[in-house]
Design a protein around this ligand. Structure first.
Ligand code: SF4
Ligand code: SF4
Length: 171
């Protein structure tokens, strides 16, 4: 489930989980318990889908999701605005396909571009900067070797995007 919508964030989520292991930080951003389930599953259900495939860890998760689905009547205007429902970030933006991950310097390209998107598009300012600060390899370590750009199926100007991300994410 994608609390902030947008494209597939599987690689970003995996990397974030390693860098931000503290559950409290995710809770601060996403909410907790039923609130989080309502927000995430509600976003999915609002797309008029026939079936939602959820990941569960406990019986409480299942019950919480069933309750959200039973009571779901659509997103209200405030929720739609918060989740940017039906919108996409302005191009160019990274879809987190992960095909550029083998940077020889070890830059976590999709993660850095995601943090920049969270900052510029979703307005999450402090947290994104905190996470960027913790990265061992930063944009300043990019040698501009150009290995990443031909791998991007969306022809993104990755190097330029990273430089802009660095400007915004650096404290
Ligand atoms: S250009 Fe920079 S980000 Fe891209 S692969 Fe080379 S070092 Fe990594
Ligand atoms: S290849 Fe392009 S779209 Fe895919 S993760 Fe890298 S920058 Fe994003």
């Amino acid at each position: 489930m994608k609390a902030f919508g947008g494209p597939n964030q599987r690689f970003v989520q995996f990397e974030l989980a390693k860098i931000v292991p503290q559950k409290a930080e995710f809770n601060r951003i996403l909410g907790e318990g039923y609130t989080r389930t309502k927000r995430c599953l509600g976003y999915v259900l609002a797309h008029d889908v026939h079936t939602a495939v959820c990941g569960w860890s406990t019986i409480e998760d299942v019950e919480s999701a069933a309750k959200v689905a039973e009571n779901f009547t659509g997103l209200n205007p405030k929720e739609k605005a918060e989740l940017k429902f039906g919108e996409l970030p302005p191009p160019p933006f990274c879809r987190d396909c992960g095909l550029c991950r083998q940077c020889p310097e070890g830059l976590k390209i999709p993660l850095i571009l995601a943090l920049d998107k969270y900052l510029t598009y979703y307005g999450i300012t402090e947290w994104t900067k905190e996470v960027y600060e913790r990265l061992a390899v930063k944009v300043a370590d990019c040698t501009k070797c150009g290995v990443c750009e031909p791998k991007c199926p969306y022809n993104l100007p990755i190097i330029k995007m990273l430089e802009k991300a660095q400007e915004r994410l650096s404290r």
